[in-house]
Design a protein around this ligand. Structure first.
Ligand code: HEM
Length: 387
């Protein structure tokens, strides 16, 4: 599979060919990639045949930790855990962050040096990590440490030709330090009985009289911390890439800010930060004429589905008024992204503020892309004209 290092042109061309000729494709690690929109939707909609319980093949994590890893749960455990954590991570809590997010964006942009800077370093990386750390109630001052943990996760992966098994073992190792840090924070909350942040609320949440253990709360918090910032960082960078490629769309958004939310949805379709999910077939199952054997990894390609011409008219075009726009950038079905409202809120506030602060905003050097696993930039120099 081509890497993402050229920004996606080659892989998108390759995926188009796959959708036409090989809609289900087995890679060298025996993973079955699914490329068409309808097939991806079928996989996401059928947790009985396409299980998320990757942990059952990965005992390295230990049962207690695995039981709190929401994305790796199947029904009925998934429903119970999602209900429980939803008590702490509520739409109201997220919406309540609006003023604070505005302040953080304002501060980060005010701190940006001169009229040329690295957009990732100045805004796209720090914003989501500060916001999720403050929501959880841990110190954003420790973000160099969170970054080290996240970078370790980002450094793991198939670009080195590693199998899914090896990747998961490396993840287990890379997350240990963060778990320990969060475990200490959870124990403090429980000792004080404090519930005024998401970590405290998670520690206090109950379902049918049961609470999460300290390690389960820490595991879930680590998940929020990691998923909560890597993907949103990428979405912010992807937003600039789309606007830079489409100056007409940018001009229209500048003239009418009510277009911002739909434009951001189109960014998530066109450049989904999380380009593929992972499931395990629970039984032999046929997709598009290909038999996938029980226990095989199945990889629904979000990136390919979001560009399937069977679903989206002119999918290569960045159309800020695309309607309907039923993309899979935040997943689909029972595992639909829990953090989508937060990601949408942060990017909406950031984009509005960028347009207000800078009358001109251009990418001024070739961006550096992540090679695989995540779809977006690591480094991106921009030049700006301040209002
Ligand atoms: C699930 C993408 C931001 C937390 C997912 C899934 C996708 C996704 C595709 C489904 C995975 C699957 O079905 O296997 C994104 C993107 C984001 C983003 C593109 C930003 C642009 C966030 C944020 C948080 C978060 C900010 C939390 C603070 C989660 C969690 C799940 C999830 C906990 C698992 C839900 C479940 O299994 O029920 N996300 N995400 N995400 N996301 Fe996000």
């Amino acid at each position: 599979m081509p890497p993402f290092t050229d920004g996606g042109a080659e892989i998108l061309e390759w995926m188009k060919g796959m959708r036409d000729d090989r809609p289900v494709w087995r890679d060298e690690h025996n993973r079955y990639f699914v490329f068409r929109y309808a097939d991806v939707q079928a996989v996401f909609s059928d947790p009985a045949r396409f299980s998320s319980n990757i942990g059952r093949l990965m005992p390295v994590f230990g049962a207690e930790k695995l039981s709190a890893n929401l994305p790796w749960q199947d029904p009925p455990d998934h429903r119970r855990l999602r209900q429980l954590v939803s008590q702490a991570f509520t739409p109201k809590t997220v919406a309540g962050m609006r003023p604070r997010i505005g302040e953080v964006v304002g501060q980060l942009l005010a701190d940006a040096p001169g009229d040329e800077f690295d957009f990732v370093e100045q805004l796209a990386y720090p914003l989501p990590v500060i916001v999720i750390a403050e929501l959880l109630g841990i110190s954003p001052g420790d973000r160099a440490f969170f970054r080290r943990c996240a970078d370790r996760l980002l450094g793991i992966g198939a670009e080195k030709g590693e199998s899914e098994q090896k990747v998961v073992e490396a993840i287990a190792e890379a997350t240990k330090e963060l778990d320990e840090y969060l475990l200490a924070e959870v124990r403090q909350r429980r000792a004080k009985g404090s519930t005024d942040d998401v970590l405290g609320a998670l520690a206090a949440a109950e379902l049918n009289g049961e609470r999460l253990t300290d390690l389960q709360v820490a595991t879930f918090a680590a998940l929020l911390l990691n998923t909560g910032h890597i993907t949103t960082t990428l979405l912010l960078g992807n937003t600039l890439l789309c606007l830079d490629d489409n100056p007409d769309a940018e001009a229209r958004i500048r003239a009418d800010r009510s277009l911002v939310p739909a434009a951001l949805e189109e960014v998530v379709r066109r450049r989904p930060p999380f380009p593929r999910a992972c499931r395990i077939a629970t039984t032999d199952v046929e997709i598009a004429g290909e038999v996938i054997p029980a226990d095989a990894f199945v990889m629904p390609s979000i990136l390919s589905a979001n560009h399937d011409e069977r679903q989206f008219e002119k999918p290569e075009q960045f159309d800020i008024q695309r309607d309907p726009n039923r993309h899979f950038g935040f997943g689909h079905g029972i595992h639909f992204c829990l953090g989508a409202p937060l990601a949408r809120l942060e990017t909406e506030i950031a984009l509005n503020r960028l347009m207000t602060e800078f009358t001109d905003l251009r990418i001024s050097a070739d961006p550096v892309f992540h090679p695989s696993e995540f779809y977006g930039v690591k480094e991106m120099t921009v030049s700006v004209r301040r209002a």
